[in-house]
Design a protein around this ligand. Structure first.
Ligand code: PEP
Length: 255
């Protein structure tokens, strides 16, 4: 049984004071919430504050990025050990904004996923196609290559610690979400691809999220799909009211 996992990626939003307010608000709203594992992913400057605010609750904390080295002359970078020390259990890797603006490659993503696992962090590995690639019918070609590269350094025994987020780039922050059926089709394909790399039993343990303009109004249709195990949420994770409504709307009995 795969436990659903819903993560809120706050991106470059929230000062530490605002982050504390949001984390405390969510912790209070979600005291009785058990259906999904919930991960708050604040900017690096607010991780310690958020980890402190949710300590003793079921809410987990994640980083938005890491560098694979343990320490050294890498100005501006954060190591996996540093994230872990702050209280992170998860780290997003290869978000399309990192791949696009900061030129992260599939090889970088594989090294980062390996470094995360080596330090007890679960990587949330993002994959997704551009609109042009979708229109050229290249979704499986693009996603297949990204998934194989990202899992290249992951061992079969580690599958249950890995989360993949399928995020079509054209759906991120645009209000234009994928249909639940299309998302299920691609996510089913991701699971089949993962089974080629890790084995069928292990791929069945891998949690795969959908991300891209997920809102309280549309989350349920994604969660009702057999292969979709959660969501990576940007905009709708920035307010206590919206994110807690989304988490409650996500609940599918008998999942
Ligand atoms: C994201 O940042 O990963 C994302 C999916 O953003 P949004 O929910 O705003 O589309």
């Amino acid at each position: 049984m795969r436990k659903p996992i819903i993560a809120g990626n706050w991106k470059m939003h929230k000062t530490t004071a605002q982050a504390r307010e949001l984390a405390c608000g969510l912790a209070a709203e979600l005291v009785d919430y058990k259906w999904a594992e919930v991960v708050l992913v604040p900017p690096a400057t607010a991780i310690a504050t958020v980890a402190g605010a949710v300590a003793g609750t079921k809410l987990a904390v994640g980083g938005q990025n890491l560098f694979w080295e343990e320490e050294g002359a890498y100005t501006g970078e954060i190591s996996p050990g540093m994230l872990q020390e702050l209280g992170c259990a998860y780290v997003i890797i290869g978000h399309s904004e990192r791949r696009g603006y900061f030129h992260e490659t599939d090889e970088d993503v594989a090294r980062k996923a390996r470094a995360a696992l080596d330090h007890g962090l679960s990587p949330i590995i993002c994959v997704g196609e551009t609109l042009a690639q979708r229109e050229e019918n290249k979704v499986e070609e693009v996603i297949g290559a990204q998934v194989k590269a990202a899992l290249a350094k992951v061992s079969p025994e580690e599958a249950a610690k890995v989360v993949i987020a399928y995020e079509p780039i054209w759906a991120i922050g645009t209000g234009r979400s994928s249909s639940a059926e299309d998302a299920q089709q691609v996510i089913g394909f991701i699971r089949r691809t993962a089974s080629e790399v890790l084995g069928e039993k292990q791929a069945a343990e891998l949690r795969i999220q959908y991300g891209g303009s997920v809102k309280p109004e549309n989350i349920h249709q994604y969660m009702a799909q057999s292969d979709i195990d959660g969501a990576l949420v940007g905009g709708a994770s920035l307010s206590t009211q919206q994110f807690s409504s989304l988490l409650r709307a996500a609940i599918v009995e008998e999942k």
